[in-house]
Design a protein around this ligand. Structure first.
Ligand code: GLU
Length: 288
């Protein structure tokens, strides 16, 4: 099948070193497979979207020479598609009346994340109004092979619980939108940061319910700052600039020669891209 990759940033701020790493890895993988590389703006979470960030990201990608194929897709323009897929999943879904406070009081997983205890699975308690929509999950271990992280396994029911497909504020959840779009855009290869590794089993579970093919997955190591925090707007990561390109390549296990201009460096790196050489984790801080 012809390769189709994608970079799917949330426009909550300009690219920082961490998102540049994800974009670059995805671009290199697509490029070395002579595939198509799409850009999709994941702008559904309106309260978190920063005006102007989508354009800033596109200008940064252009400046790095990471050229994409076709028009940029904006999730905010595809709400009908997500609504249809929610309808297709109806028999697997149920309304949930739990408030944030009630969920905060519920069970914690070992890593500190919350597992939904299934409170509303059997129906809403009398007098409770529906808030979110959840999908019923399965306890059977779901396995997949990640091209960098190796064999992964998760029981979505035990380790996550029935998860939200439509939030209490009416916004379609990332997990559903990403699955619908990857299928609609014919994406064969998802390359992104390992902060999303834990979401992958949920996404495969939805692909199976919707009858979609499962793409191949590659999760790059996550870039952290000196305090060990993931680089993000919250951790005040700096905007990615030209000097970050060789650093991002090195972060992905590609030693870069001195003195190459960005364009030569990119072309040179395409020939060197080798998922087997990408480290699974990076202990060293990536911040400049
Ligand atoms: N929009 C997500 C993010 O910026 C990435 C989605 C994905 O690559 O699947 O974290």
């Amino acid at each position: 099948m012809p390769y189709v990759g994608r970079f799917a940033p949330s426009p909550t701020g300009p690219l920082h070193f961490g998102s540049l790493v994800a974009a670059l890895a995805s671009w290199l993988d697509a490029r070395s497979a002579s595939g198509r590389w799409l850009v999709r703006m994941e702008d559904l979470d309106r309260p978190r979207v920063i005006p102007g960030a989508a354009d800033a990201i596109l200008r940064q990608l252009e400046a790095f020479g990471l050229e994409w194929h076709g028009p940029v897709v904006y999730q905010s323009a595809r709400l009908d598609l997500y609504r249809d897929s929610l309808r297709n999943l109806e028999t697997h879904c149920y309304p949930c009346a739990c408030t944030r406070k009630e969920l905060e009081d519920s069970g914690l997983a070992l890593d500190g994340s919350r597992i939904y205890p299934g409170t509303c699975r059997g129906g809403l308690a009398p007098g409770k109004a529906p808030r979110a929509v959840r999908v019923q999950t399965d306890a059977a271990p779901l396995r997949f092979m990640d091209r960098v992280q190796g064999e992964m396994e998760q029981s979505v029911e035990r380790e996550v619980g029935d998860f939200v497909l439509r939030r209490a504020d009416g916004i379609v959840a990332y997990q559903l939108a990403v699955v619908v779009d990857d299928a609609a855009q014919g994406v064969t290869d998802v390359v992104r940061g390992a902060d999303l590794l834990d979401s992958t089993a949920r996404q495969i579970a939805l692909q199976r319910l919707l009858g979609y093919a499962t793409p191949r997955y590659l999760h790059t190591p996550v870039a952290t700052n000196n305090a060990g925090e993931k680089l993000s707007k919250q951790s005040r990561a700096a905007d990615a600039g030209p000097a970050d390109l060789p650093r991002a390549l090195e972060f992905l296990g590609i030693e870069t020669p001195e003195g190459l201009a960005s364009k030569e460096l990119r072309e040179w790196a395409t020939g060197k891209w080798e998922p087997a050489s990408v480290p699974r984790v990076r202990a060293a801080p990536a911040a400049s």
